[in-house]
Write a protein that binds this ligand. Structure first.
Ligand SMILES: Nc1nc2c(ncn2[C@@H]2O[C@H](COP(=O)(O)OP(=O)(O)OP(=O)(O)O)[C@@H](O)[C@H]2O)c(=O)[nH]1
Ligand SMILES: [Mg+2]
Length: 347
């Protein structure tokens, strides 16, 4: 799949996960507003520093403005380095650079006739209110993009954040490599089916677990590193390499009946990807609650500091963030669709 799928890693967390994919031989372009963050990626082949950026210290708006001002060069960089038709943009939702730039980049790149998915991260419950505000804003943008392909949502409340990265990278690569790893007279999964699974809009999860019966494989769907799957929900695709004693029908009973299944036989590990799931509303509600509980304090702080320049509040933030005047320089003329997308994120 290395000639079909590549990664654009934005911000620090994006870089941390991106480099695991690069180590496995995938093409990765790292983008950051912080040169210092990029410098930590010593062995990275393709790095791009957004000019004028000095990190965004959790300010999503700053990141968006930097992307807008430099988008022509960012797009040219991606075009020249990434030849694959499917791109996954990796970013944390709780910071500034990745959170601000991630959804917008997905929207802009999808517009460029590529299939673009997301690999993102929800902050852990112990993280700051600011991280939660950013995450909620980020997701409220992400869920509005109809054309997004699969969206993997790592949940930092599921474990130590640096430990989640290799679990995800290893499991996702095991899934991508199913066509080369497992062939069976009883059915194969080919590359087109992997792509089909990953093109499905909505949340996706990928898990890998040693399983000598169906129950163990199903456990992996409940106990994993991702934001929890909503109860009673629909699933579009299940693609799985299952050991002989794990039955797809049991997986379906647990996960819901998909539109299609792609299946092959593995040795002792179940490798499963579910896609086309709905976004994790319950988990996002808990992100919202964390902000809401601190509404009074946030209001007080914002009034005192008068620091935010966000022009548009996303639903729940109405009345929380201040509204500053723009005072931004005129943008150079860009093709209309692109300009429209950009203004949507800045207005
Ligand atoms: N799972 C995981 N989470 C991470 C990692 N690094 C940071 N995070 C989480 O990501 C959020 C912060 O995002 P960063 O990627 O550090 O921020 P950034 O995009 O560089 O943005 P700024 O530094 O604010 O400009 C927090 O919720 C962190 O807990 C990582 O390697 N893995
Ligand atoms: Mg950073």
């Amino acid at each position: 799949m290395k000639n079909k799928i590549a990664f654009v890693a934005v911000g620090q967390a994006g870089g941390n996960i991106g480099r695991l994919f690069e180590n496995k031989g995938y093409s990765v372009l790292y983008i950051n507003t912080s040169q210092e963050d990029l410098d930590t990626l010593e062995t990275a082949k393709y790095k791009y520093h957004i000019p004028g950026g000095e990190g965004c210290n959790k300010d999503r708006h700053k990141a968006k403005q930097l992307v807008v001002d430099d988008f022509d060069r960012i797009a040219a960089e991606i075009d020249s380095k990434i030849k694959q038709k499917m791109i996954f943009v990796i970013f944390a939702s709780g910071g500034g650079t990745g959170s601000g730039a991630g959804p917008m980049l997905i929207d802009l790149l999808t517009d460029e006739d590529k299939t673009v998915g997301a690999i993102t991260i929800i902050p852990g419950e112990n993280e700051s209110v600011k991280s939660h505000i950013n995450a909620y804003e980020c997701f409220s943008e992400l869920v509005e993009i109809d054309a997004t392909a699969a969206c993997f949502i790592l949940d930092n409340s599921k474990g130590e954040k640096m430990k989640l990265n290799p679990v995800f990278a290893d499991d996702f690569c095991s899934f991508l490599e199913i066509p080369e790893t497992y062939t069976s007279e009883e059915g194969n999964i080919d590359k087109a089916e992997i792509e089909e699974t990953l093109k499905a809009h909505g949340m996706a999860v990928v898990v890998r677990k040693k399983a000598d019966n169906s129950a163990k494989a199903i456990d992996a769907l409940k106990d994993n590193i991702f934001a929890p799957i909503e109860a009673d929900q629909t699933v579009k695709y299940i693609a799985a390499a299952l050991p002989p004693k794990v039955a797809m029908i049991d997986v379906q009973k647990a996960a819901g009946v998909p539109i299609d299944t792609f299946q092959t036989v593995s040795k002792d590990e179940a490798v499963m990807c579910l896609s086309g799931l709905s976004y994790p509303t319950t988990r996002l509600d808990s992100v919202y609650s964390r902000v809401d509980e601190n509404r009074e304090t946030i209001l007080k702080n914002l009034t005192a500091a008068k620091e935010t320049s966000l022009k548009k509040d996303v639903n729940f933030l109405t009345g929380i963030s201040g509204r500053g005047s723009s005072g931004r320089p005129e943008q150079p003329k860009r093709p209309k669709a692109r300009r429209d997308i950009m203004s949507k994120y800045l207005s």
